[in-house]
Design a protein around this ligand. Sequence first.
Ligand SMILES: [Fe+2]
Length: 172
Amino acid sequence: MFKKLKIKLKNSVDPEKFKGDHISTYGFISYFNLKKSYMILPKEIFRLNPDRIVWSEVQPKANLPHRDHVLKTSLNIYIEPRNAVVRFYKVKQGGEPYSPDPKIFYPNLFYHKDLDLCDQFIAEPYDSYLLDVSNVHEVTGVENLNRTMIQLSWYSRSFDQVLNQIGEEYVY
Ligand SMILES: [Fe+2]
């Protein structure tokens, strides 16, 4: 569901320097280009061929249990994680997703009653985690400040495929 990684940034990150142009906003998550990524990301990361590398900012709202719409796997390097709790769940037998707005989205939200908690983590600044975002997850306990992270994502490669490529020496 998730793995903490030993991937370390080459430098500390001043958001002013690395946050680029706005790409898109979905609800309370905004994506920006990551400027000068080669200055901070170690070269092992580029070998993983992510489909997308962004600077991501999330407003301080609890994120209900959900599966991501298009992303399968995400490597998050948390810059300002704000003590948020990231939880991963298993869907109970018979549990079905529901839609926040049947006109726009296919169903991807879940009620807590249909879920069993599997595991959770609270990231420290500069921690990196590989996440299976095709699995049900949520973010809670957020402080009243935006969370920021560098996010590498894969649209079709599974968590296990990316994890295998990362190799054991980079996994806790
Ligand atoms: Fe998500």
